[in-house]
Design a protein around this ligand. Structure first.
Ligand SMILES: Nc1ncnc2c1ncn2[C@@H]1O[C@H](COP(=O)(O)OP(=O)(O)OP(=O)(O)O)[C@@H](O)[C@H]1O
Length: 890
């Protein structure tokens, strides 16, 4: 069934429907307002009934499905979550009997442009992102319409821009028509390393909801003009952006798309900022995933780094934390500023908790403003502004207080950064007074319902309301008066939506009805009447109600204007509060988990004394972990030291038994380094971090079968990316490189990777390399910047006890069989494995098959009943330096 207009003659209403439908982008579901319902027709009805479980009905001969107007929000949320676009066509004129109601398209909701609170995760940013790619590189613009944050970026290297875009996790991408298929075709046609960037770009797009618009909307000059018009500026110099910036193309496309969907220009955009990859620590997509930065490997927030360091009390704070974590800064000044604030907050715990208690009361100002500015006006949100404003004086006071002596010190305190924040919190007492005076205690969810203005705020409104009240009093008195006048005891004055007010008389009393009663309707039990006076009063009531509602709506819009007049001050305050929230949260975290302030500088060091894994440490202390901990296992996290230096101890090779803690250790180093760059304190006794440009990781086995990549292929892709892009300023963590293939191939690859990372004679990326290939430990003697580390275990009666201590030197063996026993492998298998191992370790070249196995074997190999052992690499591998700078394997 297509949505094209059917041949049969249409009703005027359906003509109206098709007129709107024709103007919509393909695939948009049209919700068409009919009275108390939004209706969907034709194909839309079929799709919506399937996605929402709505009943599919028929109107004439076409399908139709409806959803109640008042519950539309939750249905729309589901449609957006299913990646659908939804157009709302509402009634725009009065409903008059017998006449076609005027209707207009009010907005198109798409996953990236929705503004309603119910359709947004309060704690997450919600980006719409446009991309283009040409010979100058990748160009991107992203916009959170709900808060007004708007950025552009351009980079010659796709790989430098893609990390931040992945971290932003846009809700929707806007692309030029046909470009996605082009990228798809190119990335499928070329499997070589030269096209790796384009393949990543294609995969990134494939993972997100996409919308395509004509290519000409991406034209940079037109884009610059659209941006200037939308921001209301004559040039972009004030934002430090060249009018030739290539990302102005996608920026213009974004604004075009946003305007189309909102059916109006976005009104809450004030600035445009440029993002520069060179100013941030880049975390490529694999690293974000491997280090479980934003979500755990199970896909949940719980278990992620973000969750472990989030102590924010407001949604704006939570979103800022996410932004800081997606683009950790390389500006030392900014890092130090945040660290100092964390220290100041942590030093005064009672003031800290007073500050945090006030922050809980702070509502989501940027999103409320975004909705008010973009015509989504809910009375309850003005109350949100009012309640937030009420917190401002308290917050200012507690911040200003930071300069006065704290409880445990009598000496005058130096000027604190925290106190300077007091001036960034707007006062706005007049606005607070106005909202407190004007808004009713109980507020409706919809302006159309009325009842949002408090009595006493406006004399005219009070007068109109009293008219209604007086007339209603007259009405209730009417029943008694008429009962007395007519002698009909059962006479009632009633109201119905269809007839308005009327007098009801039962059949038995009809003979008592006076002559001035005008009969309106006969019912089963009697008759309904009106009188001239009743009609008059009814009219007065309706007019007064209508006028009161209109007056109230005018007053409400005036309140909105008063709030919007202060939008800049409110936004600036909201920014300051979000920062305070993140930093105060980190101070609380630092106190709770004993974090320390790291020294972040531009050295090439990474020194950590007694470092801990921020997530595992908290998990081990969680009530669930305590409940499941066996008597022998200790719940405390064992801290470990790290010493890396690009020009000194550059490469740490970590060996040790399975389960010993190698992966945990190398991840903890990367996470501590990352925390250092966002300005957070770190879980360690002391720490020094020389700025890092990128963190790379290759850990764990994950496959990508859906995209036709095997586990080994993913591993090698990630390794290739590291080797091609790491610099002397990078940090690399590698976990068991080469594990996904045969022992020799794997060992050879791991070996060559180590050599490559160490190939620069002066310095190389700081690297932690965890491996089970004991052979690699010999490299320490020949590669001057390589250090062997091992994670210790204690052996006791053929059992092992994990000590979790990382110490210098190589591990002697891997205890795999003991760990397998801990994992519950049958004892017979364990015993047999030990037997095979002892053969492998001896000089025997044959392993005897047990009698049962060979006897039971259906087709024993006649010529060779006992398998030959493979040649043992272990004893034959030695490393010998030769003149060649590379090393050889003999
Ligand atoms: N420092 C530590 N303190 C306390 N517990 C730890 C520590 N390090 C690791 N663990 C615990 O030990 C478990 C195993 O650690 P991890 O996965 O790092 O071992 P591994 O050496 O990488 O093992 P494999 O070689 O088998 O991959 C972790 O799940 C963690 O709970």
């Amino acid at each position: 069934m297509s949505d094209s207009k059917p041949a049969a003659k249409l009703t005027p209403m359906m003509e109206q429907y098709f007129e709107v439908k024709r103007g919509l982008p393909d695939g948009t579901l049209l919700l068409f307002r009919l009275g108390d319902f939004f209706e969907l027709f034709y194909e839309d009805a079929v799709i919506a009934s399937r996605l929402l479980g709505l009943t599919l009905t028929k109107r004439q001969d076409y399908p139709m499905a409806g959803l109640p107007y008042h519950a539309a929000d939750s249905y729309i949320t589901k449609l957006l979550a299913a990646g659908r676009k939804v157009a709302l066509c509402d009634q725009s004129g009065p409903v008059q009997p017998g006449k076609l109601v005027k209707r207009a398209l009010t907005r198109i909701l798409t996953p990236g442009t929705t503004l309603a609170a119910s359709q947004l995760d309060a704690n997450r940013n919600h980006y719409l992102c446009a991309l283009s790619h040409d010979k100058r590189g990748l160009h991107a613009a992203w916009l959170d319409l709900s808060t007004g944050e708007f950025r552009i970026a351009s980079d010659t290297q796709i790989e430098s821009l893609l990390p931040v875009l992945t971290a932003l996790s846009p809700a929707e991408l806007v692309l030029a028509e046909g470009i996605f298929s082009k990228w798809e075709a190119e990335s499928q046609a070329h499997h070589d390393a030269g096209h790796a960037d384009l393949r990543s770009l294609y995969h990134f797009c494939a993972d997100h909801t996409r919308s395509e618009i004509p290519n000409y909307h991406f034209e940079p000059r037109a884009g610059a003009k659209t941006v200037m018009d939308t921001l209301g500026v004559l040039n972009l110099e004030g934002f430090g952006i060249s009018p030739e910036h290539s990302a102005l193309g996608p920026a213009g496309a974004l604004l075009y798309y946003a305007t189309e969907t909102l059916r109006a220009r976005p009104e809450n955009l004030r600035t445009l900022k440029e993002y520069r990859s060179s100013g941030t620590l880049l975390l490529d997509p694999a690293t974000l995933r491997n280090l479980e930065i934003f979500s755990s490997s199970r896909g949940t927030r719980e278990g992620s780094l973000l969750d472990a360091i989030n102590r924010t009390r407001s949604a704006t704070g939570a979103r800022l934390l996410e932004r800081w974590l997606s683009a950790p800064t390389l500006e030392l000044h900014e890092i130090h500023r945040r660290q100092v604030l964390v220290g100041e907050f942590a030093a005064q715990p009672s003031r800290l908790s007073a500050l945090q208690d006030s922050l809980v009361q702070v509502r989501d100002i940027p999103r409320i403003l975004g909705r008010l500015q973009n015509r989504l006006r809910n009375p309850r949100e003005l109350a949100g502004i009012r309640d937030t404003l009420a917190q401002f004086p308290k917050i200012r006071a507690v911040l200003a207080d930071w300069n006065s002596p704290s409880a445990n010190s009598s000496s005058p305190e130096p000027k604190r950064l925290a106190a300077e924040y007091a001036d960034r919190i707007a006062a706005l007492p007049d606005l607070l007074a106005l909202l407190s005076r004007a808004l009713a205690d109980e507020l409706p969810g919809d302006v159309a319902d009325g009842g949002m203005i408090r009595p006493g705020h406006d004399a005219e409104l009070d007068r109109l309301r009293s008219l209604t009240t007086n007339n209603k009093t007259w009405l209730s008195a009417l029943e008694t008066t008429e009962q007395q006048r007519t002698g009909i005891k059962s006479l009632k004055v009633k109201f119905s939506n269809n007839f308005g007010y009327f007098i009801e008389v039962t059949k038995a009393n009809l003979h008592l009805v006076p002559t001035d009663y005008i009969r309106r309707q006969t019912t089963v039990g009697g008759e309904r009447y009106v009188t001239e006076k009743l009609r008059e009063k009814e009219k007065e009531i309706f007019t007064a109600e209508e006028r009161a509602l209109a007056r109230e709506q005018d007053l409400f819009h005036a309140l909105v204007s008063s709030v919007l007049a202060e939008a800049d001050a409110l936004s600036r305050t909201a920014d300051a509060l979000a920062e305070l929230d993140v930093l105060a949260g980190w101070a609380a975290l630092a106190r709770e988990w004993d974090y320390t302030r790291p020294t972040v500088d531009d050295s090439d060091q990474l020194l950590i004394e007694e470092g801990r894994h921020p997530v595992v440490e908290q998990m081990l202390k969680s009530p669930q972990a305590a409940a499941s901990a066996s008597a022998s296992s200790s719940a405390a996290f064992v801290p470990n030291d790290t010493e890396l230096c690009a020009s000194g101890a550059q490469l740490a090779l970590i060996t040790g038994p399975n389960m010993a803690g190698k992966s945990t250790y190398i991840r903890q180093v990367a996470l501590i380094a990352l925390l250092g760059h966002i300005g957070c304190w770190v879980p360690a006794k002391s720490c020094r971090i020389g700025l890092i440009d990128r963190i790379f990781s290759r850990v764990g086995a994950s496959d990508d079968l859906a995209r036709g990549n095997s586990t080994f292929m993913v591993e090698m892709n990630e390794t290739a990316n590291i080797l091609n892009n790491a610099t002397r300023r990078s940090l690399i963590i590698l976990d068991e490189i080469g594990r996904g293939t045969s022992t020799y191939d794997g060992l050879s690859i791991a070996w060559a990777v180590v050599e490559h990372l160490h190939s620069d004679p002066q310095a190389g990326p700081r690297t932690l390399f965890a491996t089970h290939y004991q052979e690699l430990t010999q490299l320490e003697k020949h590669l001057p910047r390589l250090r062997n580390l091992s994670v210790t275990v204690k052996e006791w009666n053929d059992e092992i006890v994990f000590v979790r201590r990382v110490q210098p030197g190589a591990a002697d063996r891997s205890y795999g069989i003991q760990v397998a026993r801990l994992a519950g492998l049958p004892l017979s298998v364990i015993d047999r494995a030990k037997e095979i191992l002892s053969r492998l370790e001896s000089d025997e070249a044959v392993v005897a098959l047990p009698a049962t196995t060979s006897a039971a074997a259906p087709h024993p190999a006649p010529s060779s009943p006992e398998p030959k052992l493979p040649p043992k690499p272990k004893k034959k591998l030695t490393v010998e330096p030769i003149d060649d700078p590379q090393l050889s394997l003999f």
